[in-house]
Design a protein around this ligand. Structure first.
Ligand code: PEP
Length: 247
């Protein structure tokens, strides 16, 4: 089996208005020639406009969450089908800010993954331990448990990736050591092989948590790291391009 194609995805979180589309256009104009697939996941309000602006470019547009149901009385929510209709190709699911702030369980994340597949979206499924869990020596068990609970068997034969994002590294400027990242990515890969057999070697395992141009090369070249999920540093084209070029 060939190595997974790397993916560098930017998570804009709740940032960005029409005035920010220029950053995405700048990424699209300058990212050519790299080894990675590149995606930007803006807030839902920008998906349609960003998809139109980036049409014909190599940069894909993704979403940051979806509701599992296709349609119905769910005020304020957006279904996977609606995101696909707006132009999204991927969707981030199970981000720690959703797990912690919206009570999302592994079981709910797995349901959302099935919804994303139903709509033809490529899920990026996030997992990661808190600092207390790491200090208690539970990081490997917590994360591999999240992988087992959040990845439904319906993923077999589909395009998807896992993002390992230590909660304590998100937006803090802190990062695990390279050997801690490798240890976790190797454990996630072993879990994917256990769940999906030889096919478990295929999906990229992204690292996320305070990736920036200055640390990207070391992180992206670590064992079993197949790209990055980038928050803060994806908001400015120059920083995001610095990460893309580090691969
Ligand atoms: C994220 O929230 O997915 C993330 C990785 O954020 P940051 O890069 O800002 O730590």
């Amino acid at each position: 089996m060939t190595a997974p194609t790397p993916l560098i995805a930017g998570n804009w979180k709740m940032n960005g208005t029409a005035a920010s589309l220029g950053e995405a256009l700048a990424v699209a104009a300058q990212q050519g020639g790299g080894r990675a697939r590149v995606a930007i996941c803006p807030p839902a309000t920008l998906i349609q406009r960003m998809s139109a602006a980036l049409a014909g470019s190599a940069v894909m547009v993704g979403a940051q969450d979806c509701r599992a149901e296709e349609a119905g009385a769910f005020t304020g929510d957006v279904s996977a089908e609606m995101l696909a209709d707006a132009g999204a190709k991927l969707v981030i699911l199970g981000h720690s800010e959703r797990r912690a702030g919206h009570g999302e369980t592994d079981a709910l994340v797995a349901t959302k993954v099935k919804a994303a597949l139903r709509a033809g979206l490529e899920p990026i499924i996030c997992v990661g331990e808190t600092l207390d869990q790491r200090k208690a020596g539970d990081a490997l068990g917590v994360v591999t448990g999240q992988v087992r609970g959040s990845l439904p068997p319906e993923l077999a034969g589909k395009a998807w990736s896992v993002a390992y994002e230590p909660v304590w590294a998100i937006g803090t400027g802190l990062t695990p050591t390279t050997s801690e990242i490798e240890e976790m990515h190797v454990a996630i890969r072993a879990t994917l092989r256990d769940l999906f057999g030889p096919e478990g070697a295929g999906p990229a395992i992204l690292y996320g948590g305070s990736v920036k141009p200055s640390n990207a090369a070391e992180i992206l070249h670590a064992a079993e790291v197949g790209g990055a999920l980038v928050g803060g540093a994806s908001l400015k084209a120059d920083d995001f391009l610095g990460i893309i070029r580090a691969l």
